[in-house]
Design a protein around this ligand. Sequence first.
Ligand SMILES: Nc1ncnc2c1ncn2[C@@H]1O[C@H](COP(=O)(O)OP(=O)(O)OP(=O)(O)O)[C@@H](O)[C@H]1O
Ligand SMILES: [Mg+2]
Length: 242
Amino acid sequence: MSNVDITAPRTSLIGCDGVSVSYGHGPSLVTALHAVELLVEPGERLALWGRSGSGKTTLLHVLGGLVVPNEGRVMWKTSELSSLDAAARGRRRAEGIAYVFQGSNLLSHFTAFENVAFATLLGVKRDGGRAPRPRTHSPEDLLELVGLSSKLDALPGELSGGEAQRVAIARALAQSPELLLCDEPTGHLDSDTAERVLDLLDGLHRELSFALVTATHDAGVAARAERVIELSDGRVIGESSP
Ligand SMILES: Nc1ncnc2c1ncn2[C@@H]1O[C@H](COP(=O)(O)OP(=O)(O)OP(=O)(O)O)[C@@H](O)[C@H]1O
Ligand SMILES: [Mg+2]
């Protein structure tokens, strides 16, 4: 049974109520999430922790509005994300939710600067109006924040894995997100570079006060969060505060 009333007056940024997600059908049906309950508060630092296949990416996709659950609801502030059509969900995302994908997913024919600059256009209306949230940093500022002022004109193929990941973080921050979703942000990095990327995320989280949800199989990465939600076979099986 649901133990979270996501419609009650509250301050939560985003919430899942009884969220189930299945892929495929018939004999190939996979239930990736079973009746997941979750609330994320503004500015909170949360980790989704679990083994490979436990449902972390699926849950991040649900939070980001990229996957619509088969059952249950997702509330973004006061609106129900799961009831919106794809275009409306896209607008909501552009208004406040940014994503750092597993692997950095940069546009390979565009420079670091251009990759970040494009993201500052997200949410800009066709009539030239701006998105409701002001963009507080220029692309140059953001790349300086992640320590890449010297790489503005580099193409993704000319960057190391850690540098590309930092461009992806700068690109996500270009949206001035209220919620930043990071999927295994250090999955492909050596341990020193991973530490630097995680320190960077911690610092940016403190400075810019977005809510940060990180999916990871790594207990050390999860332990940096204020709250760790443990997933197993698509179920939330535990919660702890490191
Ligand atoms: N597009 C898809 N089609 C079919 N099954 C899928 C799809 N995406 C995920 N799954 C299945 O759903 C389950 C959860 O996958 P998910 O990617 O959410 O796990 P994860 O915890 O992120 O794993 P990893 O740590 O390997 O990234 C797995 O059993 C996976 O095989
Ligand atoms: Mg995953």
